[in-house]
Design a protein around this ligand. Structure first.
Ligand SMILES: Nc1ncnc2c1ncn2[C@@H]1O[C@H](COP(=O)(O)OP(=O)(O)OP(=O)(O)O)[C@@H](O)[C@H]1O
Ligand SMILES: [Mg+2]
Length: 248
């Protein structure tokens, strides 16, 4: 299969008053077209920086980033960490915003967005504003908006980070349904190893800052996946061990 996203020896540091702060120290990996890769790493290790570089919003001092062999700008949909919905627009309006970057939104696009909301259980909320929605619903809308963008590669930065455990598990299962129906290449950053295992084809672990790739874990299990499944739990233990080892 084709490589959708490819990072080669990416080095990045932020300038600070006390000198450069090294955040990424030679990160290389490739994501195949249609693959879901999750990245887990300790707090502050450089995950967001890695996604912003993959989105073409920051430029590495050394190394290269390619999306289908070209610079990433205009080819990826990036969902930043935190609340990302426009508070003055309805759920439908927020979803349509994903297409406005490419020009005017026509009747057909609007129908497509309504169909997407209906397919994934949000039709009742099409006219609701973000403040009228629960946290879980807001993140579902924000995720659908990202899937609705005319982009083949999605970069998701801890999209479920603010949700309680129960809601989070529900939205994870829902997200697997969305992805299996609207198949795109996805890179997900998360703190939650179980989340990565329930969703992804492959899990990459990072070292503490400056981040390097520590290990890679293919997850060759059919979906939907049971969290309590012995293989999920064995992989979880192996990933937590790799994260702990990388801290040494
Ligand atoms: N604009 C900036 N200028 C200077 N330092 C920065 C800047 N943005 C981030 N940093 C630093 O770079 C490091 C990596 O930040 P980044 O946000 O990529 O980490 P992260 O892994 O996403 O963290 P978290 O788990 O908290 O989301 C941190 O030490 C952070 O303080
Ligand atoms: Mg971050």
């Amino acid at each position: 299969m084709r490589e959708a996203l490819k990072l080669s020896q990416v080095h990045f540091s932020f300038p600070t008053p006390t000198g450069p702060l090294s955040v990424l120290a030679g990160v290389s990996f490739a994501v195949r077209e249609g693959e879901w890769v999750s990245i887990v790493g300790p707090s502050g290790c450089g995950k967001t920086t890695l996604l912003r570089i993959s989105a073409g919003l920051l430029f590495p001092q050394h190394g290269t980033v390619e999306v289908f062999g070209r610079p990433p700008r205009g080819q990826v949909a990036y969902m930043p960490q935190g609340e990302t919905l426009l508070p003055w627009r309805t759920a439908l309006g927020n979803i349509l915003a994903a297409r406005e970057a490419d020009g005017r939104v026509d009747y057909q696009t609007r129908q497509e967005a309504l169909a997407l909301l209906a397919q994934f259980g949000l039709e009742k909320f099409a006219k609701a504003f973000p403040h009228e929605l629960s946290g879980g619903m807001r993140q579902r809308v924000a995720l659908l908006r990202t899937f609705f963008a005319n982009r083949r590669v999605l970069l998701l930065d801890e999209p479920l980070g603010a949700l309680d455990a129960l809601t989070r598990a529900e939205v994870q299962d829902w997200l697997v349904d969305v992805w299996q129906s609207v198949r795109k290449t996805v890179v997900l950053v998360t703190h939650d190893v179980e989340e990565a295992l329930v969703i992804s084809d492959r899990v990459l672990t990072l070292t503490p800052r400056p981040a390097r790739l520590a290990a890679a874990f293919p997850v060759e299990l059919p979906r939907p996946r049971e969290r309590a499944h012995s293989q999920v739990q064995a992989l979880r233990a192996a990933i937590l061990h790799a994260l702990a080892e990388a801290r040494q």
